[in-house]
Write a protein that binds this ligand. Structure first.
Ligand code: ADP
Ligand code: ZN
Length: 531
């Protein structure tokens, strides 16, 4: 009897039932598994929570030999292996957290053919003794997890991933499957090329997460805004709040707790025991809120996270998508909520300028930030923008489940306002040789005689008070949007405002500047029946 794909397929299904206890495959899982079990290479693009793990775990169980999983997430290997062992899968890992004896034991199990799955960090494969070890055992499949780490353009580049192209040369008969939740068209091509997978079959799942409602609110008093959001919409729900700094993580967790929302902090500066305790509480308990830096969440598998909130702007759409993707894995309605304001733009631009890295790195970081800003500032469907970013065709009619679809923002012709801002920056620089930040520019436009305005004689400028027609919030919104559109730039450690090459065309009235209206009140108060 020859074993055709059908037989392999039914064996895969039997394994799904017997080992994992699941009824049926999801989405393209069965097609992917069938292809890999039959010995084919695969590139799998599937969003977080889509079920990538089974795509290599089942081939590893069905094919003879050990499935070798390359993963950069060393901190998760122990958990992954424990979870598999609890299901009766013979799994092990080799990484730098182990002592010599532990490693020797795993190596012995591998060589004896007693492992179904072996997790390895990519840097291990640079070592001759690891390669020798692998050559002496039998390998069923190579799984390259987080495959976007091979992309030098991506936000997670790991040089060690470049050496993974050797797998195909050294083990030409072992199928390879590369998986990622983060892939633009460019990254997708890089994965295929750099991992040397020219004949791989490509499986691209939809990146749409229809049950997640995307929302961006103008940042005023973020902690209070967050609290109101939680009380109104997510009382008693489990969720993750992301902040940029450890300090704001601590303060936000304290603030929520003091206001009756049970919240724990999570960041790399916490003692390891406490971090682990907070993480396991989050997984175990109902309705706990974790306030975290992005250190939290890699591989967190909790199906009923009802909201993900960002108090600070993520550095890229990839990051935003991955973080918000931790909400609603069970398919039930969930919210991705973000407070975003002028200071986010200034802070992130400053970070890029003053940060480490060469010019190319800075340009890349800027491009990532620009895309993120465009998502925040769009007056179009946010889901549509997200999907388009990942190379998917969005629904032209809008999704009906994001803030811009639910409450379409009004736009206005901000050309004159933009000219006023830019003229003020120009005057200060040309007439006074000075550069100032957004606060001073707004005070000058509004004609406010603050201490600092008097001190610098800024009430003598011809532009003093030319912006009395707009409110302070509107001017800050206009400056934020000009920064986002690249019509204004931030310089130096104080975040002073300077012109860009594109500013001239606005000053010369050669281009119009459409701006989004700043909501005066949260969306509900403005929801319009008429339109
Ligand atoms: P990813 O790695 O793509 O983020 P996982 O492999 O961690 O996703 O899977 C996400 C969740 O979905 C896990 O809890 C997993 O057990 C579950 N899952 C995956 N495939 C199935 C399936 N066919 N049926 C039921 N649950 C599944
Ligand atoms: Zn929408």
């Amino acid at each position: 009897v020859t074993e055709g794909p059908g037989a392999a397929d039914s064996e895969a299904l039997a394994t799904l039932h017997r080992v994992f206890g699941y009824e049926a495959f999801r989405g393209e899982q069965d097609a992917i598994i069938e292809h890999v079990v039959a010995g084919g290479d695969a590139v799998v693009l599937m969003p977080t929570g889509g079920g990538k793990s089974l795509c290599y775990q089942i081939p590893a169980l069905v094919r003879p030999g050990t499935g070798v999983v390359i993963s950069p997430l060393i901190a998760l290997m122990q958990d992954q292996v424990d979870a598999l062992r609890a299901l009766g899968v013979r799994a092990g890992f080799i990484n730098s957290t182990q002592d010599f004896d532990e490693r020797r034991m795993v190596e012995a199990e591998f060589l004896a053919g007693e492992l179904d799955l072996l997790y390895l960090a990519p840097e291990r494969l640079r070592l001759d003794n690891t390669r020798d070890l692998l050559s002496r055992g039998k390998i069923s499949v190579f799984a390259i997890d987080e495959a976007h780490c091979v992309s030098q353009w991506g936000h997670d580049f790991r040089p060690d991933y470049l050496s993974l192209s050797l797998l195909g040369e050294r083990w030409p008969d072992v199928p390879r499957i590369a998986l990622t939740a983060t892939a633009t068209r460019a990254t997708h091509e890089e994965i295929t090329q750099r991992l040397d997978l020219p004949t791989a079959r490509h499986f691209v799942a939809s990146f749409d997460r229809p049950n997640i409602q995307y929302r961006v609110v103008p940042k005023a008093d973020p902690k209070k805004q967050l609290l109101a959001f939680l009380r109104q919409e997510h009382a008693g729900d489990a969720g993750i709040v992301y902040c940029l700094s450890r300090n704001s993580v601590e303060r936000t967790a304290e603030f929520l707790t003091a206001n009756g929302v049970e919240a724990v902090p999570y960041h790399a500066g916490l003692e390891a025991g406490m971090r682990a305790a907070h993480q396991s509480r989050f997984l175990r308990e109902d309705g706990l809120v974790v306030v975290a830096t992005i250190a939290f969440g890699m591989g967190i598998d909790k199906p009923d996270v009802r909201f993900v909130a960002h108090l600070d702007l993520p550095k890229s759409i990839e990051g935003y998508y991955q973080e918000t993707g931790r909400a609603g894995r069970d398919g039930l309605p969930s919210t991705a909520w973000m407070a975003y304001g002028l200071n986010d733009v200034i802070q992130q631009r400053k970070l890029i300028q003053s940060g480490e890295g060469d010019e190319a790195f800075r340009r890349r970081a800027s491009a990532h930030l620009d895309a993120m800003l465009a998502l925040c500032e769009t007056a179009q469907c946010r889901r549509g923008q997200l999907l388009a970013y990942f190379g998917q065709d969005p629904d032209a009619a809008g999704c009906g489940n994001c803030d811009t679809c639910l409450t379409p923002p009004e736009t206005w012709d901000g050309t004159v306002a933009a000219q006023k801002v830019l003229s003020t920056v120009v005057r200060l620089q040309r007439e006074r040789g000075q550069k100032f930040g957004a606060v001073q520019i707004v005070d000058i436009l509004l004609g406010k005689r603050t201490g600092k305005v008097i001190q610098f004689d800024h009430d003598q400028l011809s532009v003093f008070g030319i912006g009395a027609d707009l409110t302070e919030a509107e001017w800050r919104g206009a400056i934020r949007q000009l920064l986002a559109q690249g019509l204004l730039a931030v310089e130096g450690e104080y975040g002073t405002l300077v012109l860009t090459e594109a500013s001239g065309s606005v000053l010369r009235s050669e281009r119009e500047v459409p701006l989004r209206k700043e909501p005066k009140k949260p969306a509900t108060a403005r929801s319009r029946q008429a339109g």
